[in-house]
Design a protein around this ligand. Structure first.
Ligand code: A3P
Length: 301
């Protein structure tokens, strides 16, 4: 249930406002439909891909689709990412709702969410669904999210880089605090059917991580299929793929001329954005908030 409506700094155009759902900022169409989202009925053979925004969701979706289709690229060209994978809490009035899209989809479905663990609709756990969680180091995640806010009118205007840096650190961004998100799913991983992966591992050793994904999904992939999937899900190939680079979303919502969806796909780009002072502040905050967790990230190669 939405708690309090919040004014956000908009750029004076058609940005969607945000509000709170149980303490987590969300675009208001999500808040307004929260009861239906919470009641979402998962099916036992659903596969859920879950991430904090900008942690490599689209990349993982493309890999999973290719695994499910034995590396058949023509099959994965059937529709753009957002059509192939219903995003259960996402509603854009002009584009429709992930909930309706999911309900209309025949099984087996592969679904997407950015919800923190405590907001996951309970039926996913009741039905013992398989869940893939992907985490990305928070500095690159922050940078990527900042640029995504700039180009995506379905999110609030990020303000200046300095303002956004503070919003991210205080968790006043859509889907809430990065720290709580990655920790919440990390703590849940052993009690449920959750495969917890890292963006940096995918980048460093894609073949190994894709094989791991295949094993989790129950697909044994031979070497030539694995190599094909590695190739088709490389950053440069996906950037040119209109079914995987979000160019199919209307430009009034995602304006790739402001910042392309497939922006850099790198580990360590934060060094081009963080000042020394910001980095020190980030590290001090990170040590405090991540103390006691066994979670560890690569911040550079
Ligand atoms: P950058 O903004 O750092 O480039 P999501 O899909 O969760 O929204 O994440 C988007 C981020 O993943 C973007 O990061 C995007 O470039 C990156 N990405 C998408 N496909 C990728 C790929 N094949 N390899 C590496 N990074 C990829």
């Amino acid at each position: 249930m939405a708690l309090s409506r919040m004014e956000v700094k908009c750029d004076g155009t058609e940005r969607i406002p945000v509000d709170y759902v149980k303490g987590i900022l969300q675009p208001t169409p999500t808040c307004d439909s929260w009861d239906q989202i919470w009641d979402f009925q998962a099916r036992p053979d659903d596969l859920l891909i879950c991430t904090y925004p900008k942690a490599g969701t689209t990349w993982t979706q493309e890999i999973v689709d290719l695994i499910q289709n034995d590396g058949d690229v023509d099959r994965t060209q059937r529709a753009p990412t957002h059509v192939r994978f219903p995003f259960i809490e996402w509603i854009i009035p002009s584009m429709g709702s992930g909930l309706e899209q999911a309900n209309a989809m025949p099984s087996p479905r592969t679904l997407k969410t950015h919800l923190p663990f405590q907001l996951l609709p309970p039926s996913f756990l009741e039905k013992n669904c398989q869940i893939i969680y992907v985490a990305r180091n928070p500095k690159d995640n922050l940078v990527s999210y900042y640029h995504f806010h700039r180009m995506n009118k379905a999110l609030p205007d990020p303000g200046t880089w300095e303002e956004y840096f503070e919003s991210f650190l205080t968790g006043k961004v859509c889907w809430g605090s990065w720290h709580d998100h990655v920790k919440g799913w990390w703590e849940a991983r052993d009690q449920h059917r959750i495969l917890y992966l890292f963006y940096e591992d995918l980048k460093m050793n894609p073949k190994h991580e894709i094989r791991k994904l295949g094993e989790f999904i129950g697909k044994k992939l031979d070497d030539s299929v694995l190599d094909k999937i590695v190739h088709h899900t490389s950053f440069d190939v996906m950037k040119q793929n209109p079914m995987a680079n979000y160019s199919a979303v209307p430009a009034e919502i995602m304006d790739h001329s402001v910042s392309p969806f497939m922006r850099k796909g790198a580990v360590g780009d934060w060094k081009n954005h963080f000042t020394v002072a910001q980095n020190e502040r980030f590290d001090e905050d990170y040590q405090r908030r991540m103390a006691g967790t066994s979670l560890a990230f690569h911040f550079q190669f």
